[in-house]
Design a protein around this ligand. Sequence first.
Ligand code: F6P
Length: 381
Amino acid sequence: MQKRLESAIYERIAGGQEGTAMKRLGILTGGGDAPGLNAVIRAVVKTATLRHEYEVLGIKDGFDGLLNEDGVEKLTAASVRGILPQGGTILGTANRGNPFAREVEVDGEIVIKDVSDQVVKRINELELECLIVVGGDGTLNISRELSEKGCPVVGVPKTIDNDIGGTDVTFGFDTAVSTATEAIDKLHTTAESHHRVMVLELMGRDAGFIALHAGVSGGADVILIPEIPFRYEAICAKILARRDSGRHFSIIAAAEGAKAVGGEKIYREEKSEAFAGRLGGIGAQVAEHVMISCNIESRVTVLGHLQRGGSPTTFDRWLSTRYGGAAVRAARAKRYGVMVALRGTDIVEVPLEEALAVPKRVDTEGDAIVTARAMGISFGD
Ligand code: F6P
């Protein structure tokens, strides 16, 4: 019954409806998931349908939903009920779904193809007045390219990495930092009991925000971030100085993108035209070096996707809700090609091109680093 109902809705959507005054917004979530995605979806749907005269279509699994037959579903206030505190995304997401460089099978072989025209066609078929795209730099760059092709899009900045230039903060980051800080707290007790060095490898891609914020908040002794290449001797010097002063354990927070001076980032899966690559392995390497060079027992914990899961913090629910409401306002006013952003305490709109021009990285001269250094935290440099 439910299936029949869904396909009836789908047919009506796909065919358009003559004489209807109803305007239509689309929303999709792309790239890696982050806590707060559902809160954005809820805010968009509630604002657009309760307050305004819109119908909202959810696009499933990122841009893939615009290329698949059954990739669209109607969202109502009822369908977003109860999702505010839930992690993940009710729409699904994909991080290999770039329509400008999509992996497709041709004669049994995988080739890279630009299928963006199909996406544009589908947006027109669905009669979307605007497509709200919730994503990180990859997804928002696709949106920028679609916008350049004339598609009406509004972006919402999502990523636990917090690496999008146009905004002070992306949603998802605060929850990830809370999870990482809690992990450091837990590692402290076992590190102290066993007189060990505990290395915690954290996500963040090419930015060190998660490791820096969680490292400082959790009281790590060494923080390794991509923005400050490290030397193993400096890490060992810090650990041995602690041991000599009677502190027989240490905590190292290592961003997955951290690298030694003159070294390379470590990838589990290499980059390709259609894929941004998958970092991982630096934690184990640092633990190994510490064990050998400092002669202190070391262990590594890779926190991994726990950082992307769970219920969003209050701050992320607050930010996601404000972003969702602001995205609908931009769409209603036909201000396309922009990304909603947080600047100070205000939500603003920034042209996608400007927002994505320079990715955000940790300011190595900024007050957070200065304060951390003054408190004796080593960055391994
Ligand atoms: O961009 C978010 C992120 O979680 C990064 O911190 C991490 O490097 C990457 O995604 C992991 O991606 P995947 O889920 O494909 O392993």
